[in-house]
Design a protein around this ligand. Structure first.
Ligand SMILES: [Zn+2]
Length: 403
């Protein structure tokens, strides 16, 4: 423990009944008292009795006790002198807090509370104070590439918005909802983020957020990149709708539907799987049949292959070719997606040019959902937010700064 100059342990008490050890600490005699703010010598005002919980020793709960002097500084008034073993206001030694924080990285609050014989609220307090000082210590960030996406907070379609710095792979912040005004306000009050080097903002094709970014950045139409996985999702949904309708029409016509139990096979991205598997061998002939679903599938497959271009001319040409094909396909749900792509084409081209997508953020969202699951849900957004920043904020959480 950091009982260093000018402090010393003056005595140790042991209570075998309550299994408690107490170290009594005092300032070395004869030393001048200093104001904790300006460091100037100040005169003694009074003492305050304080106790801190420390890590157990030999199976005994260990306590540090001291009468802490309060000084009267001519400039700063009455102040308690600083101690070396705990941060201001904490009832735990820094080493104790540090160890609890380490445990919290891997275990839920309830487990940590049980292990350290603390209440749930005490552990939560250690955690939220750590996040608070971590955020205060965070230097100005100059994010180059940001990802914005929503993730569910509780059931009943409650969402929060996650903002990721993709270059440092850290969560910059979590917004309470997914309203345009919230994002717009957030962008405007960022004092710790310097956006002058910003190159991209990857997001979904969603007007409220697009407009919020446009209101905050003049060159928004160059910055915004639409996430390829979200775009693909729209194609997948259209395809699935067409398949479901066609399947129903077979059944209603009292014919045997070739589409039975084929839903997921159509949706899989065939670039990523082994098409020689048995299941796939059974499926692939369907794609060659004269089916609406097969036509929609070919469009979807083509769309997923149009993202990795080095030459923007080729990218633009091939997307336009696909859009022409879609406009002639006579499949209503696909035509709707085609119109959507046409409307947001600028941001799709940005994504290809900038080579940006939100797969990193998808991975973060998976972590966030795991954090939520471990904690068995969160009673409120503030706690949820704290936990995300604690685990994924890349913050210096230690009681005393480590960098
Ligand atoms: Zn002072």
């Amino acid at each position: 423990m950091d009982i260093t100059d000018p402090w010393e342990v003056t005595s140790i008490k042991r209570d075998s009944k309550s299994r408690e050890v107490t170290a009594i600490v005092a300032l070395k005699a004869g030393l001048p008292l200093l104001c904790p703010i300006c460091g100037m010598v100040a005169k003694l005002h009074d003492h305050r009795f304080r106790r801190w919980r420390h890590l157990d020793s030999c199976n005994h709960k260990t306590i540090v006790e001291a009468d802490i002097p309060r000084v009267e500084c001519t400039e700063h008034g009455i102040k308690q002198v600083a101690v070396t073993w705990a941060v201001k206001g904490s009832r735990f030694t820094a080493e104790f807090e540090s160890t609890v924080l380490l445990w919290l990285k891997g275990d839920p609050i309830s487990t940590v509370a049980e292990n350290f014989r603390l209440s749930w609220d005490e552990v939560d307090g250690i955690m939220s104070r750590a996040v608070k000082r971590g955020l205060a210590r965070r230097d100005t960030t100059s994010p180059k590439n940001i990802g914005i996406d929503e993730t569910s907070f509780q059931k009943h379609h409650q969402y929060v918005t996650v903002i990721l710095d993709k270059d440092t792979d850290t969560v910059i912040d979590i917004l309470d909802d997914r309203k345009a005004v919230t994002l717009k306000n957030w962008l405007q009050i960022q004092q710790k983020s310097d956006f002058s080097e910003l190159q991209s903002i990857t997001m979904d094709m969603w007007d409220p957020f697009i407009n919020a970014v446009k209101k905050s950045f003049q060159d928004a139409e160059k910055l915004i990149a639409f996430d390829r996985f979200h775009v693909s999702q729209h194609f997948g949904k259209a395809l699935d709708k067409i398949r479901a309708e066609e399947h129903r029409s077979f059944i209603n016509g009292e014919a045997k539907s070739p589409l039975v139990r084929s839903k997921y096979q159509w949706l899989i991205n065939s670039h990523r799987i082994d098409n020689r598997s048995t299941r796939r061998k059974e499926f692939m002939p369907l794609t060659r049949m004269n089916l609406k679903t097969a036509r929609a599938w070919r469009i979807k497959e083509a769309a997923t292959s149009l993202w990795d271009y080095s030459y923007m001319g080729a990218a633009e040409r091939n997307w336009k070719r696909l859009l022409g094909w879609i406009s002639r396909c006579r499949l209503k749900p696909m035509i709707a997606v085609g119109n959507m792509v046409r409307r947001y084409f600028w941001g799709i081209l940005n994504a290809i040019r900038l080579k940006e997508n939100n797969s990193m953020l998808e991975a973060k969202n998976a972590c966030i959902q795991r954090i939520k699951k471990i904690a068995c849900g969160f009673r409120n957004r503030k706690r949820f937010k704290n936990a995300i920043l604690f685990h994924l904020g890349g913050l210096d959480l230690q009681p005393f700064p480590t960098r």
